[in-house]
Design a protein around this ligand. Structure first.
Ligand SMILES: [Zn+2]
Length: 235
């Protein structure tokens, strides 16, 4: 009871500044598996959410503006940053037209092996599509490891291979610096943060954690997100 009261009072004195949305697949096809449904949203529902937030005067900003928003609490208006994990092809086919229509920046975190070897039963982005997206003015490409492991369960060396391997592969493919990252399964430990820092990652995203609040300390290497799915929002 006391803890709940404490949280309530904290939230009251630390109003929401913004939200980082974490999406996966944007598709008409809903999986039969209930767990998988948390990673799916229909294009219609996705667009409806955008329109709803816009009508309440939330601003959809790019990941490059995020650090400023977190550090400079003086900027007016609430913000949303849209992120997609893993690299599903429907992000290109179904989400991109909606994001273009509303002129909304977004980022996609790519897992190397899912692109090169596939990730049954899903259709993943091709290298050609990733290149095209990386040249798109609304899109920022980020890294999401080589094989999508639970990083906290790996040795330091394995973590380093997963993190720098994917980053370098993307940098070679796209011929540009990759400095944003998202933890597969939201999993990390102290070593993960050190490796990220050493490898030149400046912003890294957690798997959950709720909205960004005023006057709260944030580590830019574990920015909280909210999972957006057809059946609700989770954090
Ligand atoms: Zn993922």
């Amino acid at each position: 009871m006391f803890l709940r009261l404490k949280k309530y009072l904290f939230n009251l004195t630390h109003p929401v500044l913004g939200e980082v949305w974490e999406l996966h697949r944007v598709t008409q096809e809903q999986s039969e598996n209930k767990e998988q449904q948390d990673f799916e949203i229909t294009p219609e529902r996705f667009e409806k959410l955008i329109v709803q937030y816009k009508s309440k005067d939330w601003h959809f900003i790019s990941v490059n503006e995020l650090a400023d928003r977190i550090n400079n609490k003086q900027i007016k208006g609430k913000f949303v940053v849209i992120t997609f994990d893993d690299g599903y092809e429907d992000n290109y086919q179904n989400a991109l037209p909606i994001l273009e229509k509303h002129n909304i920046p977004f980022c996609i975190f790519i897992t190397k092996n899912y692109i090169e070897q596939g990730y049954p039963p899903y259709k993943m982005l091709s290298e050609k599509q990733i290149k095209e997206l990386s040249l798109h003015p609304l899109c920022t490409i980020g890294s999401h490891t080589i094989s999508h492991p639970m990083l906290s369960k790996l040795t330091e060396q394995q973590q380093e291979d997963e993190i720098t391997g994917c980053k370098q592969w993307l940098e070679n493919l796209l011929n540009k610096k990759i400095d944003i990252f998202a933890f597969p399964f939201g999993s990390y430990n102290k070593s993960t943060l050190l490796i990220l820092q050493k490898s030149g990652i400046t912003l890294s995203f957690a798997g959950w954690g709720g909205p960004i609040r005023k006057d709260k300390e944030y580590n830019l290497l574990k920015i909280p997100r909210i999972i957006i799915a057809e059946n609700g929002m989770y954090n």
